[in-house]
Design a protein around this ligand. Structure first.
Ligand code: TYM
Length: 330
């Protein structure tokens, strides 16, 4: 039996990058025999940026509704909110002493803020950094290590966090004896970094996302806003430097992708390509939007699923966290 675990931070509406980079691969893994999947809403992580309680709840429901609408079966995978599992917070505090501050200084999200402050001439390089953000990789390690996780499917932006998790587990094991299992990362190369409207990585914090679930008209409008160059329709184009193609290949079948490569070589108008992209997304998502809306209008049902999931997840995490307590001498 192999344990698969992944999470999404409910700090915004789920977008196409989340879908292609993590949600879709997580659902494929769920279908493999001999796997136990833990899929969760990283709502404690979201507190770093979302301090409005209604919004936090809304985004948490959206993330869960998206996962279920796309095919997550709560009987097959354990779905829960991070905040419902006190064992995670307990392990978080047990891990902290094994983490040198210098390791946290290296984390991408923290470094990005200090660098921004430096470039802006701000003497306080830590301006805007809260301890939730600084400790983010430790909490993420606890999310993963509390379940003896074997594999973590994520997009490329999370790879460093997985390296840090392994590093922390190793350090803990050196101090206290073999206790924590080292997880492995799974990244699907072709969808590792899905670009957003402006060509940078699609990200809630860059405000360049295409929401996964929105009315078709809005989705098409959004796709039409993806930035392209000014080359004319008949000019041959490079698929590998095209945002539209990068998203397209996450949704299309193999033969469609090959055909599209040929169109690029011959020349395809950006307007045409945007239509093709819209169609391929629409057909891949099928009825999921309807199911999503239905779930969003029944948050009590989502709460029920969260509560069931938390019960199951806690029962599994408890002995693992007890093992760590015992290892340190409690
Ligand atoms: P989050 O909420 O930013 O993103 C959820 C997942 O979506 C992937 N992703 C992308 N993949 C490809 N292209 C993109 N443009 C793109 N944008 C997002 C992310 O890589 C991620 O897999 N720290 C995590 C949540 C978390 C977690 C964990 C994940 C907390 N604890 C433990 C795994 C295991 C995060 O903020 O993901």
């Amino acid at each position: 039996m192999q344990t698969i675990l992944s999470g999404i931070k409910p700090s915004g509406t789920p977008h196409l990058g989340n879908y292609l980079g993590m949600l879709k691969p997580s659902l494929e893994l769920m279908k493999r025999p001999q796997t136990r999947c833990f899929y969760f809403m990283a709502d404690i992580h979201a507190l770093n940026t979302i301090q409005n309680r209604e919004l936090l709840r809304q985004y948490t429901y959206e993330a869960a509704a998206a996962w279920i609408a796309l095919g997550l079966d709560p009987h097959q995978a354990i779905l829960y909110r991070e905040s419902d599992i006190p064992e995670i917070s307990e392990l978080n505090s047990l891990l902290a002493h094994a983490v040198p501050k210098s390791l946290m200084n290296q984390a991408h999200a923290y470094k990005a803020i200090t660098q921004k402050n430096q470039e802006a001439g701000n003497e306080d390089l830590d301006d805007g950094v809260n301890m939730g953000l600084f400790n983010y990789p430790i909490l993420m390690s606890a999310d993963i290590l509390a379940f003896d996780t074997d594999f973590v499917p994520v997009g490329k932006d999370q790879v460093q966090h997985l390296e840090i998790t392994r590093d922390i587990a190793r350090r803990f094991n050196v101090r206290h004896g073999e206790c924590l299992k080292l997880p492995q990362v799974i990244v699907k190369e072709e969808v590792a970094v899905i670009p957003g409207l402006d060509g940078r990585k699609m990200s809630k914090s860059y405000e360049n996302i295409i929401a996964l679930f929105q009315p078709e008209k809005e989705m098409l409008k959004c796709i039409n806003r993806i930035v392209t160059d000014t080359s004319p329709p008949e000019a041959p184009k490079d698929p590998d430097s095209s945002s539209l193609f990068a998203i397209y290949q996450g949704f299309a079948a193999k033969d469609q992708i090959e055909e599209m490569r040929a169109h690029y070589a011959k020349g395809i108008g950006w307007g045409q390509m945007k239509k093709e992209l819209f169609e391929v997304i629409r057909s891949a998502l099928g009825d999921a939007y309807k199911i999503y809306q239905e779930l969003m209008s029944h948050p009590e049902e989502l709460d029920r699923i969260f509560n069931e999931g938390a019960k199951k997840a806690r029962a599994i995490a408890r002995p693992i966290v007890d093992r760590a307590r015992n290892a340190v001498g409690f």
